[in-house]
Design a protein around this ligand. Sequence first.
Ligand code: IFM
Length: 772
Amino acid sequence: MEKVLKPTADTAWVLDEKNYDPLRESSSESRFAISNGFLGVRGTREITRCARWVIPPRTYVAGLFDSPGPEQPIPGLVPAADWLQVDILLRGQPLTHHAGHPSLHRMTLDMKRGVLLTECHFKAPSVSLNLRTLRLASLSARALGLQLIKLEVEDGEAEITLEASFEGLSLGLVSQRLEQDLGVWRTSHSNKGLAMAAACWLQLDGRELAATALGQFKWSWSWTSRPGQVALFERLVAVTRSDSAGLDPGVDAVHERGVASNKGWRGVMSAHEAAWAHRWQCSDVEVDGDPAAQSALRFAIYHMNSAANPDDEHVSIGARALTGDDYRGHVFWDTEIFLLPFYCFTWPEAARALLMYRFRTLAGARAKAAGMGWRGALYAWESTDSGVEETPEEAIGPDRKIVNILCGKQEQHISADVAYAVWQYWLATSDDVFLCEAGAQILFETARFWSSRAKLEADGRHHIRGVIGPDEYHEHIDDNAFTNVMARWNIRRALEAAALLRERWPEHWVRISGDLKLDDDELQQWSNVADTMATGVNAKTGMFEQFTGFFDLEDINLATYAGRSVPMDVVLGRERIAQSQVIKQADVVALLGLLPEEFIGKTGANNFSYYEPRCSHGSSLSRAMHGLVAARLGYAEKALNYFRQSAAIDLADTHVAIAGGVHIAALGGLWMTAVFGFAGVALEGDNIRLEPQLPAGWVGLGFRIQWRKRRLKIKIEQAHSLVEVTLESGAPMTLLISGEGQQLSVGKTVRIVFKATQKSKVNKLLSASSAA
Ligand code: IFM
């Protein structure tokens, strides 16, 4: 066991925290969370679980949503019992961590292996002990959790007791069956089933010790210590969820526990490590020359690989994944816009499952649109398992006053964001089966929504009034450029999909158009709406007005508020900020990030220059999007700054405390900035291109991506402007590097000297002049 309890030696793969600071614990618990997309466990320390939590230990089960009751009607993830509870008693006194205690307290997230390790040294009167622990949520068998503890007596003799238990057995769930090592529960309102089956063992100096006491999910062992003695504790838990009232999840949990017990912890561990090795092989990004950026990317990729489950099409990834309580597990545009790119290019199976979740929640989206008087599908701004809108209508503002939240009604760009992700997935994977069976319907229903939502007015244009764009500081706005241009794009892709289906898969077209009652007249109407959509762009300058009247609002110089410690809406107040050009997060800049082709020539740079200084980055998503766009524009150093600031949100607690979970969208944005920004990977119709522009300190950048059933390994070397590409599997292809087509065939490595493009030269000049 010794070996597995030690972290990977290469520090670029580990996140370490030494000492114990109760004030920082809840942030660390988010950072150090382990997850496999089904089970998520916060990094709460195993022992001394008393009177020290800001947030109780949490084990989340994806999709286990329930509404607690009339006083809290909005559903959220119901935590499962905490299966890691351990008390170690020395002569009846529990071991506890103390702040400032000279004992060693080390917590290490071994990202390479997907395990959380702790190491502590305790010195009690006349006994000293070393304690090492490991926990994992198995990536190879998602129902399984494993906990290992090694207790080594350094010196002294004492009566030791190790008590293992489950805590919170009846919190928020109705128990149906509680046996010694099996629990079956139901959620009170949504009627979902949860089961947990556990097994524990303890070995003393290599011999199994019988438990001295047993209770409901409780095991206890006692012995007398002597120097050099080693106790090894092992706990397996199998967790299952059932969504239908008739299915007993206990049967599966017992089965999974049996399979795992037969394999033993070594078998569970090695299958889990192999699964992580595979994930890293597909998704690692190596940065040469910038260790901080390397660590940030590993952390981001670790959490993204932890967040997804390709085997469950009924769940998606919440804004804090399975790492914290904030937003109650609700799913936002964060998933489609900030995470899907990573999955499309490194784990298409996970991307597909996430999009299938949107397909399976189409009914909720249709109902929302119909309820508001429109046709088609308007996705929930905050979505759980049903697809019904779950955004709370009120919240307590920073001034302790009740604030109305309008996003659930007005932040409608979500429908275009989902459609965008569908199309990107299809372009990246050429998964025609998905397009025919699910994607096309999403495209059609969202296009139908926009075509009924946009209204033709006297100026001959279609307008979308009364929305909120990504910048949530301005409500009830008209013709938000992001929303309208994305809506137009959504409609046009739906028309393209209709034409494709008709031509290539007529039987699917007949089925879908029949089911949706979609005819040529309606397609023509969509086309008219798209062609006459108001976009707020000035045809002469290419400047987008964020929404009608934005340019007339008070222009506030944000530089004068540098160093503030609270968001700008708190500084200025809601009323004033709504009357100003101060924006919460990338809005026109987000449009530039998603649809750069809508910005001709220098207009991308011009729009960026206008909106960037007006952005207060009140959302954790904002800097990531600015980083991506800045990198694409060739402002590599500015982009790197945004990259570092985004990384600091979770790694240095710079946003607001991250006790509520990691900001998974910002983490997705780090990957996008590196791969789409600095490496310049982009989809271009039936092609994929690379346009590297690395920041000065980055000696090299290496990564793998998948594209249309092919695997590519890419290495960029700054010093020689060299790109090395190997097609590792799949059919021959052409890769565009700095605009020139390179032929790739399996096994051959192509080395190309790339030229700084005209665009990047121009932008470097612009970047230099704006810095001056
Ligand atoms: O989706 C975001 C939104 O853009 C800003 N507020 C937080 C949400 C969840 O991350």
